[in-house]
Design a protein around this ligand. Structure first.
Ligand code: ADP
Length: 163
């Protein structure tokens, strides 16, 4: 069985991520969307909130599982029996970082490949940070995130302000 991992911080998941998840799920038997703890990025939503957002968004996709992981992605991928890590590429600015990660991961485990899918033109400008900026300043994010989590995002952002 061909198992692939689609890792990210998904803070929150956007239509850009969902596009990559859908396309990758058609290229493997089982896709694990893995929400990671990224030391370099302070998350707005908790791991559980981010996991729930993705779960709600991928309901129709039968071969997609949602999980969270800590520590090294490559170790997680190996433990899951994955043969590839799949990532989306938006712009040249993504490339440098992703090339470094892919080469490091290859060095750590030569059996696991990193596969890149180019962003769809409609979503190339989308990022989680942009979504949070728009939503927390009263802007409209419909169409940029899955409809099923649109209201939840505003709600959770509001709760965060009160905390
Ligand atoms: P972000 O950069 O939005 O915080 P993540 O760290 O969650 O995203 O990214 C997970 C993966 O999804 C990365 O490979 C990233 O390049 C990819 N990705 C994020 N947004 C898009 C998009 N709009 N189109 C294609 N890929 C994307």
């Amino acid at each position: 069985m061909k198992i692939w991992i689609c890792p990210g911080s998904f803070d929150p998941v956007t239509m850009g991520h969902i596009d990559i998840i859908k396309r990758a799920s058609r290229m493997c038997d089982h896709l694990i969307v893995a929400v990671g703890v990224n030391d370099g990025k302070k998350a707005t939503f908790t791991l559980e909130e981010r996991r729930q957002f993705i779960l709600k968004s991928v309901k129709g996709l039968k071969n997609v599982e949602v999980d969270v992981f800590e520590g090294l992605l490559i170790n997680y991928a190996e433990n899951k029996g994955a043969t590839a890590i799949v990532k989306g590429l938006r712009a040249v600015s993504d490339f440098e970082y992703e090339l470094q990660m892919a080469l490091l991961n290859k060095r750590l485990n030569e059996k696991i490949e990193t596969v890149f899918l180019m962003t769809s033109i409609n979503y190339s400008y989308l990022s989680s940070r942009a979504i949070k900026n728009i939503a927390s300043n009263g802007g409209e994010i419909r169409g940029l995130v899955p409809d099923s989590i649109h209201d939840d995002i505003y709600e959770k952002l509001k709760e965060g302000e009160i905390k």
